[in-house]
Design a protein around this ligand. Structure first.
Ligand code: ZN
Length: 286
């Protein structure tokens, strides 16, 4: 049975998975990259966690009744399900390093808009992102649904940094009548951005159109260089050892309160794996 509520939530989550993978795969180090939304819409939280090289997991928290109402009103698309709030991007390179976090506002627009805002504010790298997702119903499998999603990210990284200058953000306290800061954009970037904006959803999810072919279709004139593809897989990083360590970090009181029927059960929010401990294993009293 198809549940429209689950379908709508899955769409938002999958788009964010694609964005996370696009951004995470540009990282030049070992570590984790986490995208997390926190907002006032029917889907109040999405967490996508990318671990180099190529492991991704996701989790969504949502209000079923509000999502169902949005589906019934036909307002469950784009950023409407998320509503207003923020999108946080965290880079975690291990326990001995500081975590970097960037924040952008979500205001009901698309995740693509939020990504552009992030790069404009935080990285100052001219960037364009297109994302698409669709549910595919295959014949002969009892109508089981599959998801296909795709994305393309264009960044302008010229050898001469001057060419990638972007206009300053509006300072807010400038005297009235001050002209906004404007920078003439590089022609190569303007052209590339225009090409990426022509990409249709179908081109990003068509199983018969390879990424290489799409990139060639867009950029054959300036020239295309293809790198080896890297595999992305859904895999959770939870483990019995991690959960045990987490439980042991809780206060005695919290641990004691977690005991139910002579055991402590913890279910991973990402993969739903359940870990069961005897109270004594984690120092809890029955
Ligand atoms: Zn897990």
């Amino acid at each position: 049975m198809r549940v429209p509520t689950a379908v709508s939530v899955a769409k938002s989550a999958i788009l964010l998975v694609v964005l996370t993978v696009l951004l995470g795969s540009t990282l030049k180090f070992e570590g984790r990259f986490i995208l997390q939304t926190q907002s006032d819409g029917p889907v109040r939280m999405l967490v996508i966690d990318y671990t180099t090289p190529g492991k991704v997991r996701a989790c969504a928290r949502f209000d079923k009744a509000r999502v169902a109402a949005a589906v019934a009103d036909d307002t469950a698309d784009g950023g409407a399900l998320l509503g207003k709030g923020h999108l946080a991007m965290t880079i975690d390179q291990g326990p001995d390093t500081s975590r970097y976090q960037g924040l952008v506002a979500l205001d009901g627009g698309t995740l693509e808009d939020a990504a552009h805002e992030y790069f404009h504010r935080s990285e100052q790298i001219p960037t364009r992102v297109r994302l698409a997702v669709a549910e595919e119903l295959r014949a002969g499998e009892g109508g089981a649904s599959h998801w296909r999603a795709g994305g393309i990210m264009l960044q302008f990284l010229p050898k001469s940094p001057e060419r990638a200058r972007v206009a300053d953000l509006h300072p807010g306290d400038a005297p009235e009548g001050t002209a906004p800061h404007a920078v003439k954009e590089d022609e190569a970037w303007v052209e590339g951005r225009a090409l990426v904006s022509t990409v249709e959803d179908l081109e990003l999810i068509d199983p018969a159109l390879s990424s290489e072919r799409l990139v060639y279709r867009l950029f054959h004139e300036p020239g295309v260089r293809v790198f080896r593809a890297s595999e992305i897989r859904a895999e959770c990083s939870c483990s019995r050892d991690n959960v045990e360590a987490m439980l042991k970090s809780f206060s005695q009181d919290d641990r004691d309160h977690m005991v139910e029927n002579d055991k402590i059960s913890v279910t991973c929010e990402f993969c739903s794996a359940t870990y069961v401990f005897a109270p004594g294993e984690v120092g809890a009293k029955v």
